[in-house]
Design a protein around this ligand. Structure first.
Ligand SMILES: Nc1ncnc2c1ncn2[C@@H]1O[C@H](COP(=O)(O)OP(=O)(O)OP(=O)(O)O)[C@@H](O)[C@H]1O
Ligand SMILES: CC(=O)N[C@H]1[C@@H]2OC[C@@H](O2)[C@@H](O)[C@@H]1O[C@H](C)C(=O)O
Length: 357
């Protein structure tokens, strides 16, 4: 069987860094060979947040597209140099890009990922597959989440009923079965990160330590849990354009709260919005992945909220999203459709992504 080598690049909604992985892929398997986390410069992170949350000009968008193209190129270069890899041995790079805005519903649906793939292809000499999501949106789909198709590929050999939950900035669930189910459950770490940054100047609440000093405000929790997004049926997907400071302030306004109680309540919101969805499918096992799987207090709360489900941290928990995009590049290079229509609501499965050489 022919083994091929693909690089996957993911920079998610947390804006914490760029995950770069190298995989060996064939029609039956995807083996992680090595990975690297390349830091997102703080100034670029602030500029991206400013454009998303405050003020956007065409010039700022164009410059961010270029700067991200350079950043992804540096990240790939760092991996190739560290591992002493010749670029000619890489079949292609799967580049997710940085989501700036995701609006799959409405009169003119769109999803926007930036980071010019031409720069990456030109500077590395490696073919790049990018722009994965817009074909799905063109077919009437949500354009997200895509990881469920990869979860199906790597986890369907498990002989129990399985669900997979990625806890990134946003959180998404996959339920494996005859019909593949997957959708975003809502916020993952994004509100927790935002609140601790504002009150303690930290990028994230390590192991939920600050949250654990507060108490859950159940009135606030109930109000937030009654938000439309949590009530809507799937297919559904979301992003920073919804779960952001404006969203939080809407629920906080009119009351005074201790900051640590808000953090504790936000952690409970993440745990509850995830576990409510998992429990709808009653799986034997739930595999957690993404950065939130390292938050020991969050994982503890998820376990408490679903005592009859075995909760485990998945293999390669930090790399699965980047592996997804390496595998999607493999699918594109081989002109294979991706099994996502039941997840995203697209009218058909499709060959996803454009090739940049
Ligand atoms: N030890 C830890 N304790 C608490 N939280 C952690 C820990 N390690 C990572 N995190 C959280 O994980 C986040 C990063 O997760 P991840 O990289 O999976 O997100 P992402 O890929 O950017 O998001 P998305 O999946 O929505 O695109 C950090 O911002 C932080 O909130
Ligand atoms: C539009 C977008 O970038 N969505 C991300 C985000 O981060 C988690 C969740 O929201 C998921 O829908 C998706 O990412 C993963 C990689 C996915 O497509 O499965």
């Amino acid at each position: 069987m022919n083994k091929e080598h693909y690089i996957g690049i993911m920079s998610g909604t947390s804006l914490d860094g760029v995950d770069v992985i190298l995989c060996e892929i064939d029609s039956n398997s995807c083996k992680l060979i090595t990975s690297l986390e390349y830091p997102m410069p703080l100034e670029l992170k602030s500029e991206i947040l400013r454009v998303i949350e405050e003020n956007c000009t065409l010039e700022s968008l164009g410059e961010i597209d270029h700067r991200l193209g350079l950043l992804f190129t540096q990240a790939v270069g760092a991996l190739l140099i560290r591992e002493n890899i010749d670029p000619s041995g890489i079949n292609a790079i799967g580049l997710h890009g940085q989501t700036l805005w995701h609006a799959p519903e409405g009169e003119y649906p769109f999803t926007m990922q930036l980071g010019d793939p031409n720069i990456l292809a030109a500077k590395t000499g490696i073919p790049v597959v990018a722009d994965f999501r817009r074909k799905d949106v063109a077919l009437g789909g949500q354009g997200a989440p895509f990881a469920p198709a990869f979860h199906e590929f790597i986890f369907s050999n498990i002989n129990s009923s399985v669900s997979v939950v990625n806890i990134g900035g946003m959180a998404n669930i996959t339920v494996l079965g005859d019909k593949l189910i997957g959708y975003d459950t809502g916020c993952g770490n994004v509100l927790l990160d935002m609140w601790i940054a504002e009150h303690q100047g930290k990028a994230y609440d390590e192991n939920g330590e600050w949250a654990s000093t507060g108490v859950v405000d159940y009135t606030l929790l109930d109000k937030m849990m009654s938000d439309d997004f949590f009530q809507e049926p799937y297919p559904k997907s979301t992003g920073r354009e919804k779960f952001n400071n404006v969203w939080l302030q809407k629920y906080l306004s009119g009351h005074t709260h201790n900051p640590e109680d808000v953090q504790r309540t936000l952690l409970e919101l993440t745990a509850m919005s995830i576990s409510n969805e998992v429990l709808k499918f009653n799986p034997d096992i739930t595999l957690l992945c993404g950065g939130g799987a390292k938050n020991t207090f969050l994982v503890e709360r998820i376990k408490v909220l679903m005592p009859n489900v075995e909760v485990a941290i998945s293999a390669n928990a930090d790399q699965i999203e980047a592996m997804t995009f390496a595998w999607l590049a493999y699918k594109r290079i081989h002109h294979q459709k991706v099994n996502l229509k039941d997840v995203t609501g697209a009218s058909d499965n499709a060959v996803l992504g454009g090739i940049y050489v």
